[in-house]
Write a protein that binds this ligand. Sequence first.
Ligand SMILES: Nc1ncnc2c1ncn2[C@@H]1O[C@H](COP(=O)(O)OP(=O)(O)O)[C@@H](O)[C@H]1O
Ligand SMILES: [Mg+2]
Length: 337
Amino acid sequence: MSESIIQIQHLNKTFGEGPTAVHALEDINLDIRAGEIFGIIGLSGAGKSTLVRCMNLLERPTSGSVIVNGQEITKLKDKDLRKARQSISMIFQSFNLLMQRSALDNICFPLELIGVKRAEAVKRARELLKIVGLEERENAYPAQMSGGQKQRVAIARALATNPKVLLCDEATSALDPTTTLSILALLKELNQTLGVTVVVITHQMNVIEEICHRVAILDSGVVAEQGDVAEIFSNPQTDIGRRLVYPNGVQIDHLPASRVIRIAFNGGSSYEPLIASLAIDCGVKVNILGADTRNIDGKAFGTMLLGLPQDDMEATRALRYIQAQPDITVEEVPNHA
Ligand SMILES: Nc1ncnc2c1ncn2[C@@H]1O[C@H](COP(=O)(O)OP(=O)(O)O)[C@@H](O)[C@H]1O
Ligand SMILES: [Mg+2]
């Protein structure tokens, strides 16, 4: 999982000109690795759709380069570009199925476009229907299917040409939570069984939490931070990161006047044993002033604010004890009073 499949270098996208120009993307640099599930998260209007559309040149970048599979596609002419695009497929929030075609014929459509014979296309479409769990519904029309089923057909259609990359722009945003989970499980399975690289665009943190290996946070057209999901989750470095990861965030106003520390759990054990052992091992009682922790794969991530005792020696003892714990980072919150 080390080789890169999509590299974005110094990419800029500006819509319009002059004083009304919109700088949708500014100096974006990303390296998406073959075989991973990469998430791009941001608030509405952050530039996510524009960025993902630049990955297959549905949108032409104003400057910068997009390298797919070692090929700088921003330099390709029409014919070669069409060929390169076959290795990148896309699914959308609104499914974008052809309403006048059955599930089977929707999946056959991209194969028809590249001249695959009918019998062969049908065979491939049936295989794909099976993979997405819809073999019983090949004759159903989009109007007769649920949102989850429509997205499954769209996924099957996207996979018809054996792409290396599947771009998903808010693919679960129109679905209820249960259906969202089933579609995410399908994407994860396709990633594992077919080895397809998946790029997930979303405004929902739980989507990232559910399936992504790495994530980039986009804020007003700029990558605010990127890294392993576990790292970003345990200790977001930017305001926007904290806002997305902990929407009910730990507030640091209204704190009492003793020393306050922020600890970040980086995937070690859960937090209760720490607070308990502080009391038992050091005889120090700390106040939990705020906590926003979550479990990923049974490991604790997140931050907690602790008020240390007024007594300086006790406070120092507690601090040293916490500093000695593995998988926990600690910092003093300055000037909170
Ligand atoms: N075709 C366009 N023309 C002008 N402005 C656009 C166009 N597409 C997107 N934008 C602007 O670019 C910014 C990013 O939009 P978008 O990529 O759709 O964000 P997101 O998908 O994160 O909600 C927004 O300010 C949007 O209004
Ligand atoms: Mg969008």
